[in-house]
Design a protein around this ligand. Structure first.
Ligand code: F6P
Length: 331
């Protein structure tokens, strides 16, 4: 077992429901091993600026159900520079921290890898993002909650779409991946799903979107029709696509951009459990000497995955569901 006395933790990038549950688990597990925990504020910015607070078990009492992050989160452009990484490493050294835990997505893990060039302590990542676009773990912390949040909204849109027999385009987050769109689209029974894995659409080449709408009208008659689309799949987003569909088929199509609602809210049970498991596992793995790894979960087993690979390999969305969706959308 490695001797670890003090560790740092931060949450970075887009916040995700379950980040608080993860911080709580880290602090409680560390306390059980007599390890001191220091939390840095506003992601890597807190590390660069030396903005931190000591985290004791009572600080993390009753936060497991809270969205957002107690430590605050931020993007940190300075971490794209060597000076930024050096300054961050400097703080870790000056504070005599034996290790750093970074809760975030693959962008945050890049920051962690940059710090490792200038710091001799251990560094582990924990996958916290609603996007689920991190390889080496079946799910990221926050993903399950984001699906349910999107689902709740789409179900409501279905009610009004049904009442007016309208076509709706619902735009969901996901950065450059379609995990949230595919999952929420499948679970809401959306008629069509558009996601980056199926290719980016181009204005003037909308046949693949329009044909299924027209087919559905022939087969089922006038009815509500919901297209769930991931962000960044069309120039101008869902608002522009809705306008172009309206123009092409002569039936009004409405857009609804769900936006940051998907990042907030109380984490669902699955996220609280995953966050607790990975937080505890990361602390234990630090004691086992792990370094430059991500603590993930595959087939219900906590496991380590090289931090570098988590961002390099593109995680695939479920090919089975994707194929099925395309088949029924075109029937
Ligand atoms: O990574 C989480 C995420 O919410 C993405 O889904 C989205 O593309 C991005 O962050 C939005 O970032 P910001 O809140 O900085 O606009």
């Amino acid at each position: 077992m490695t001797s670890i006395r003090r560790i740092g933790v931060l949450t970075s990038g887009g916040d995700a429901p379950g980040m608080n549950a993860c911080i709580r688990s880290i602090v409680l597990t560390a306390a059980a091993h007599q390890i001191e925990v220091v939390g840095f504020s506003h992601g890597f910015n807190g590390l660069i600026e030396g903005d931190y607070k000591k985290l004791l078990p009572y600080h993390v009492q009753h936060i497991i159900h809270l969205g957002g992050t107690l430590l605050k989160s931020a993007r940190c452009p300075a971490m794209h520079t060597e000076e930024g990484a050096k300054a961050a490493a400097n703080t870790l050294r000056q504070m005599q921290l034996d290790a750093l835990l970074v809760i975030g997505g693959d962008g945050s893990f890049k920051g962690a890898l940059a710090i490792a060039q200038h710091y001799k302590g251990q560094i582990l990542g924990l996958p916290g993002t609603i996007d689920n676009d991190v390889d080496g773990t079946d799910a990221t912390i926050g993903y399950a909650t984001a699906i349910d949040t999107a689902l709740d909204a789409i179900d409501k849109i279905r009610d009004t779409a049904d009442a007016f027999e309208r076509i709706f385009l619902v735009e969901l987050m996901g950065r450059h991946s379609g995990f949230i769109a595919l999952s929420a689209g499948i679970a809401s029974g959306a008629e069509q799903i558009i996601c980056p894995e199926l290719g980016v659409l181009k204005p003037g080449e909308l046949d693949a979107v329009i044909r299924p709408i027209q087919n559905a009208q022939v087969v089922k008659g006038k009815s509500s029709y919901i297209i769930v689309m991931a962000e960044h799949c069309y120039p101008g987003g869902s608002t522009a696509l809705a306008a172009d569909i309206t123009k092409a088929i002569g039936i009004e199509c409405r857009a609804c951009v769900l936006g940051h609602i998907q990042r907030g809210g109380s984490p669902v049970g699955a996220d609280r459990i995953l966050a607790t498991k990975l937080g505890a596992y990361a602390v234990e793995q630090l004691l086992g000497g792990a370094h430059l790894m991500m603590a993930g979960e595959v087939n219900h087993q906590a496991c380590l995955y090289p931090l570098q690979a988590s961002g390099e390999h593109k995680k695939r969305i479920d090919p089975y569901l994707l194929r099925w969706q395309q088949q029924v959308a075109n029937d």
